[in-house]
Design a protein around this ligand. Structure first.
Ligand code: F3S
Length: 391
C-alpha cells in the first residue's frame, strides 16, 4: 500500500503511541484487503462500548490508549453502552458493572469521542452526506449509512473504527469503491409491507435468501425512516448485508441485475413465525434500533390515560428523549408505567435471564433477545405490543 509522508510519520510514532498502533492496524487491514492507499474519513461511529462485551481486557486497553490518544475526526460518535447513565439505579444494574462502564465512557471522552451512546447516530446529528467516506461500526447503522444516505463505509469493528477516528483515515477497499457497490440480485417484492415489524420480517426473509449479497429491491412504493431503519437492522443481522438499493427510495443510481429473487407474503409470514416462541410475555421492548421521536409520539398517543401491566421499555438516544420530554410524551408514557431508557439497549445491557419472554416489533431484538439474553421472543406490530402491555 502506498503511504503518504504524514501516514509514515504516524507509523514512526510522531503523533503518539496510540495513533501509531491505530495506523499499524489500518495498514495491516489495507494489506489484507489489497487496498492501494488510505483515504480520509469525515465521520466515525464506534461500536463495542458495553462493559458486557469489552470486559476488563477491553477496559484496560481503552484506558491505555486514552493516555495519549486524541480523535482527528471531530464527528466521532459512540454506540450504546450497558447502562442508562442517568437512571441505572431504577433498572436494577449492578454497581460494579456501572463503575466499569463509566470508566469506559470516560476513556472515550478523554480521546475526544462524543459519547452519544446510540446506534442511530443519523437521528442526532451524525449524518454523513451522499458519497462521503466514513468508518462506521454497528451493522444496522452501517447498512443505513451505505444504503439510505449513500455514504461509503465498510462494516468496521469497534477497534478499526476507533483507529480511523485517531488517524482520520481508512483503507480504500470494499464499499469505498464503485465496483463493489453494484447489486447482485433483483428482488421483486410481491407483498404490501407496512410497519416496522413487517420490514424487520422482510429483512430476515431476504437476508436468509441472499446472504451478504447486495440486493436491488423493486416493488416497495413507500418506506418510512423507521421502516428503513428496521429493515437495515434485520437484513444486516440475518444476512450480513451492508448495502442495498431500493428502487425510487435509496439514492444511488445503479442498474438492476438480471438474476431475480422473489419475496412474497408467505415469506414474510414464515419469517415472523420463526420469531414467535410460545409462552407468556413479561417484557415489551421497543427501540431496536433506537426509537425515533415519531415512534415515541405514537406510543404516547396509544398509552395516554392507560396503564401498562407489564415491564415496558422504550430505548432511544438521549437527545431524542429530551425532545420527548419537552413535547410531554415522556410524562404520558411514564404515567402509564412504561420506561424511556437512554444510552443502552436490550442487547448490550446486562439482562441475561432477567426476563423470560420479550415481545417486540424488532426482528433484530428477537435475534439478540434469544442469543444474548436467553429470552423467549415474539415479533409483533407496535399496536399489538401496546395491546399486550395494557390488557
Ligand atoms: Fe441498536 Fe442495540 Fe438494536 S445497538 S440495533 S438497539 S441491538
Amino acid at each position: 500500500m502506498k503511504l503518504s509522508f504524514e501516514e509514515k510519520e504516524y507509523l514512526k510514532g510522531k503523533h503518539g503511541k496510540a495513533a501509531k498502533k491505530a495506523m499499524e492496524l489500518l495498514v495491516a487491514l489495507g494489506n489484507i484487503y489489497s487496498a492501494k492507499r488510505l483515504i480520509p474519513v469525515e465521520s466515525v461511529q464506534i461500536a463495542g462500548v458495553s462493559y458486557q462485551n469489552l470486559g476488563d481486557a477491553g477496559l484496560s486497553l481503552l484506558e491505555e490508549l486514552a493516555q495519549d490518544a486524541k480523535v482527528r475526526v471531530p464527528l466521532t460518535t459512540l454506540n450504546p453502552a450497558g447502562i442508562d447513565l442517568e437512571n441505572w439505579q431504577n433498572l436494577g444494574i449492578d454497581k460494579n458493572f456501572v463503575e466499569k462502564q463509566e470508566r469506559i465512557l470516560e476513556a472515550f471522552k478523554k480521546m475526544g469521542v462524543i459519547v452519544t451512546c446510540t446506534c442511530t447516530p443519523y437521528l442526532i446529528g451524525n449524518i454523513p452526506k451522499y458519497g462521503s467516506h466514513i468508518a462506521w461500526s454497528e451493522s444496522s447503522a452501517v447498512c443505513f449509512a451505505n444504503s439510505v444516505l449513500g455514504a461509503r463505509t465498510n462494516r468496521e469493528s469497534g477497534f478499526s473504527s476507533l483507529a480511523s477516528a485517531l488517524t482520520g483515515k481508512t483503507p480504500e477497499y470494499g464499499f469505498h469503491l464503485d465496483k463493489n457497490r453494484k447489486p447482485k440480485y433483483s428482488v421483486l417484492v410481491k407483498a404490501e409491507l407496512s410497519g416496522v415489524a413487517d420490514f424487520g420480517a422482510f429483512g430476515k426473509a431476504l437476508g436468509e435468501k441472499i446472504g451478504n449479497s447486495i440486493p436491488y429491491i423493486k416493488g416497495i412504493s413507500h418506506a418510512s425512516l423507521d421502516e428503513l431503519k428496521s429493515f437495515c437492522a434485520s437484513i444486516a443481522t440475518f444476512g450480513g448485508t451492508a448495502l442495498f438499493h431500493m428502487e425510487n427510495i435509496t439514492p444511488e443510481n445503479v442498474k438492476p441485475p438480471k438474476k431475480e429473487v422473489y419475496i412474497t407474503r408467505k415469506d414474510i409470514e414464515k419469517a415472523k413465525k420463526s420469531l414467535s416462541d410460545s409462552g407468556s410475555v413479561d417484557l415489551i421492548a421497543i427501540g431496536c434500533p433506537h426509537a425515533s421521536i415519531v415512534e415515541i409520539r405514537e406510543i404516547a398517543k396509544e398509552l395516554k390515560g392507560k396503564k401498562v401491566k407489564k415491564e415496558f421499555w422504550i430505548t432511544c438516544a438521549r437527545p431524542v428523549k429530551k425532545i420527548a420530554d419537552s413535547m410531554g410524551y415522556t410524562e404520558i408514557i411514564e404515567k402509564a408505567g412504561a420506561k424511556i431508557i437512554c444510552d443502552t439497549c436490550i442487547a448490550v445491557a446486562p439482562l441475561k435471564n432477567r426476563f423470560g419472554y420479550m415481545l417486540t416489533n424488532s426482528a433484530k431484538a428477537c435475534f439478540y433477545g434469544r442469543g444474548s439474553n436467553n429470552f423467549k421472543v415474539r415479533i409483533a406490530s407496535l399496536k399489538e405490543c401496546i395491546e399486550e402491555a395494557i390488557k
